[in-house]
Design a protein around this ligand. Structure first.
Ligand SMILES: C[S@@+](CC[C@H](N)C(=O)[O-])C[C@H]1O[C@@H](n2cnc3c(N)ncnc32)[C@H](O)[C@@H]1O
Ligand code: SF4
Length: 401
């Protein structure tokens, strides 16, 4: 059983924020992928390189791609900008400044845009924090993963726990008031007790948003190799499930909103607008190697290779592949994304034949109280969240059926 996998969450980024199943405002999103990291975390299969020699060439290419793709979103106003990675906090002041100049030159950016940058604690020096604030980054997503040094070493993170605490307090003191942190549970050696301590520590920091992902073993990672060669025992699923249940319970008791399976906000104002956005299927442009874009009818993804990306952009061509989404794929994406949210899957958006099929396959889950149906909206119950991936698979439509 894959608990609330990060991969499932990440695949579905885009742009609109819905409240209580009613769309409150439309927006488009801009995603910028920074494909570099200081060192490779054992579990990670995101696109990144630890060879930083091409960083400045890649930034030049990224800037050029924004010009080549400036019409992708049409006249749509960009309400959210998200620097993800890889490690965007590896960019220096000049690189960040050049990217921001180009963003404002090529796109129509809302004055109230949410601008998020993923940062690793070891990069968040006072000087870097000042630069980010100066460049109007107004939301930091800090990859802490665990407050235990033993876990961080096991993950091969480049930071330790005290650097993580220092990074959060330095960002807060400098004026960041929208900070998210990432944690990972379901570690092979992890105990329920240690996870409780991680939750307590996270809640004590005064941050506004916490994302908690269950560790997934991705093919071709060091972690997958260690498990295959029996150097590491795979995680115990029961412990991971207990950790997830504990997480939901503690966050609820503390008054936090679990607005998506892996995402918690201290109040409604601090829900990630960028991530919540995608779930209603609005447009977004992804720039940089491996970035995905969606325009309502097609999805496209840039080549996951830094050298090829740089070479192709230099010749004036954005290197991407594209797929035209079928009606069934579009419905399935809605099922996959919206059912994971606290707003649920509103069945009135579908034709009646589709609604009937979804209701039919959800009936056993409704009977067993994994899912509830209220006013045409399907929602996961607390126990349903434990088997979300399984429920979603069962509800998805078959092509041509
Ligand atoms: C891809 S990283 C990018 C941000 C930044 N480099 C960092 O490490 O914090 C975003 C988040 O993905 C999560 N993540 C990546 N691979 C994962 C995996 N295999 N299982 C669970 N979470 C994962 C981590 O929590 C990480 O903070
Ligand atoms: S988790 Fe973050 S820092 Fe680690 S390899 Fe992946 S992208 Fe890089």
């Amino acid at each position: 059983m894959a608990l609330n996998s990060y991969a499932a969450f990440v695949f579905f980024y885009t742009g609109i924020f819905a409240k209580a199943n009613q769309v409150t405002y439309f927006m488009a999103g801009l995603y910028i992928h920074i494909p570099f990291c200081r060192q490779a975390c054992h579990y990670c299969d995101f696109h990144f390189s630890i060879n930083l020699d091409t960083k400045s060439k890649l930034v030049d290419a990224l800037i050029r791609e924004m010009e080549l793709h400036k019409n992708y979103l049409g006249e749509e106003k960009i309400e959210t900008i998200y620097f993800g990675g890889g490690t965007p906090s590896l960019l220096d002041e000049n690189e960040l400044e050049a990217i921001f100049d180009q963003i404002y030159k090529q796109f129509n950016i809302s004055k109230t845009a949410e601008i998020t940058l993923e940062a690793n604690p070891d990069d968040l020096t006072p000087a870097k924090i000042t630069t980010l604030l100066k460049l109007s980054v107004n939301r930091l997503s800090i990859g802490i993963q665990s407050f235990f040094d033993k876990d961080l070493q096991w993950m091969n993170r480049a930071h330790n726990s005290s650097q993580a605490l220092q990074a959060v307090s330095a960002a807060q003191e400098a004026g960041f008031n929208n900070i998210s942190i990432d944690l990972i549970y379901g570690l092979p050696e992890g105990t329920a007790m240690a996870w409780d301590e991680n939750i307590d520590k996270a809640l004590s920091l005064g941050v506004q948003h916490i994302s908690c992902y269950c560790l997934t073993v991705e093919p071709r990672t060091a972690l997958a190799h260690f498990i295959a060669t029996k150097k590491i025992k795979p995680a115990d699923e029961e412990t991971a499930a207990i950790q997830f249940e504990k997480l939901m319970q503690r966050m609820l008791e503390s008054g936090w909103h679990q607005y998506e399976i892996s995402n918690f906000a201290c109040d409604e104002k601090h829900i990630s607008r960028h991530n919540a956005a995608y779930w209603q299927g609005e447009k977004y442009l992804g720039t940089g190697p491996a970035a995905h874009s969606y325009n309502g009818t097609t999805r496209q993804w840039n080549v996951s290779n830094n050298q090829q990306y740089i070479r192709s952009i230099a010749s004036g061509v954005v290197p991407f592949e594209m797929e035209l989404l079928t009606a069934t794929q579009r419905i399935n994406e809605k099922i996959m994304t919206q059912l994971r949210t606290s707003w649920g899957l509103n069945l009135t958006q579908f034709e009646s034949s589709v609604t009937e099929k979804i209701i039919k396959s959800s009936t056993p889950f409704i009977k067993d109280e994994y899912v509830k149906l209220q006013h045409h909206v399907l929602m996961l119950t607390q126990r349903g969240k434990l088997i979300a991936d399984r429920i979603i698979l069962e509800l998805m439509l078959e092509e041509g059926a």
